[in-house]
Design a protein around this ligand. Structure first.
Ligand SMILES: NC(=O)c1ccc[n+]([C@@H]2O[C@H](COP(=O)([O-])OP(=O)(O)OC[C@H]3O[C@@H](n4cnc5c(N)ncnc54)[C@H](OP(=O)(O)O)[C@@H]3O)[C@@H](O)[C@H]2O)c1
Length: 246
């Protein structure tokens, strides 16, 4: 029976992952900032077979609250088998260009907060010498595109941080998986228009995440075809790339 910490537990992708783990009888410590949604998710997970669900309210950018969250999580779970970091916001790129305060706030929400959380969790996992840190980054971090490079920069920072952390923690038996979804139909992308064939459902992405964690994959694209899409996008020479609008 797995003991699972989920940060950003109200995310559609995280909820879909939690449902899969609940059916295996997992025990959860769920962290998010919306109490009502947390309660709904806890009821749903218990109905699906979760052994126990503990809820914790925290805004991830409240860095002073991180130690207390981790302490309460350990008091509840004793040991963490999987920590999934799933929170995020998709900022409007043009607003970020005009308002530095918004740009820095969004970078903190998507980048700095993840680094802060992983830094604390890494030390706990190093002490345990066991477990998986699963981090949702994005294909957006693979190359800076004019349409969303603020978000992409934060995700690139997360992906690079995970790469270094993976090599550090491998030596003590702890695994770090970087998850790079493409376009997923969740509240985050509501109202945005993407080619239908490129849009995945949260359940589909969750199945890939849960499987990736089980087989200790290092980096997964979700769905898998995004590896090919990003390979092509990364291969475009800079002198061509800067002329196109993507
Ligand atoms: N959807 C996509 O196309 C896509 C693509 C690539 C990567 N991703 C990544 O996938 C992850 C999950 O996103 P999703 O698609 O499942 O979207 P989602 O359903 O909108 O979930 C995002 C979650 O992050 C939480 N959150 C945001 N800022 C927070 C904060 N400061 N403190 C605590 N919680 C905070 C939100 O909570 P509230 O409800 O309280 O705001 C929400 O539950 C994110 O890391 C996202 O960047 C998504």
């Amino acid at each position: 029976m797995k003991k699972i910490l989920i940060i950003g537990a109200t995310s559609a992708i995280a909820t879909a992952c939690a449902r899969l783990w609940a059916s295996q009888g997992a025990e959860f410590f769920l962290v998010a900032r919306n109490d009502e949604r947390l309660q709904q998710i806890a009821t749903d997970l218990k109905a699906r077979g979760a052994k126990a669900v503990t809820l914790h309210n925290m805004d991830v950018t409240d860095y002073d609250a991180h130690p207390d969250m981790l302490e309460k999580c350990l008091a509840s779970l004793r040991q963490i088998d999987i920590a999934l970091i799933a929170h995020g916001t998709l900022p409007d790129q043009q607003t970020c260009e005009q308002d530095v305060a918004v740009a820095l706030r969004e970078f903190a929400n998507n980048g700095t907060s993840v680094i802060a959380l992983l830094s604390r969790l890494a030390n706990q996992f190093e002490f345990q010498r066991w477990g998986t840190l699963a981090v949702i980054s994005s294909v957006a971090g693979d190359r800076g595109r004019p349409s969303n490079y603020l978000y992409g920069t934060a995700k690139a920072a997360v992906s690079t941080f995970c790469e270094g952390l993976r090599a550090r923690l491998f030596k003590v038996g702890v695994h770090v998986i970087t998850i790079k979804p493409g376009f997923v139909d969740t509240p985050m992308t509501k109202g945005l228009i993407f080619p239908a064939m490129l849009v995945a459902q949260p359940d589909q992405v969750a199945r890939r995440i849960v499987k990736g964690i089980k087989r200790s994959a290092n980096i997964i694209y979700a769905p898998g075809f995004w590896w090919g899409v990003m390979f092509i996008i990364k291969s475009i020479p800079e002198f061509v790339f800067k002329k196109i609008n993507i």
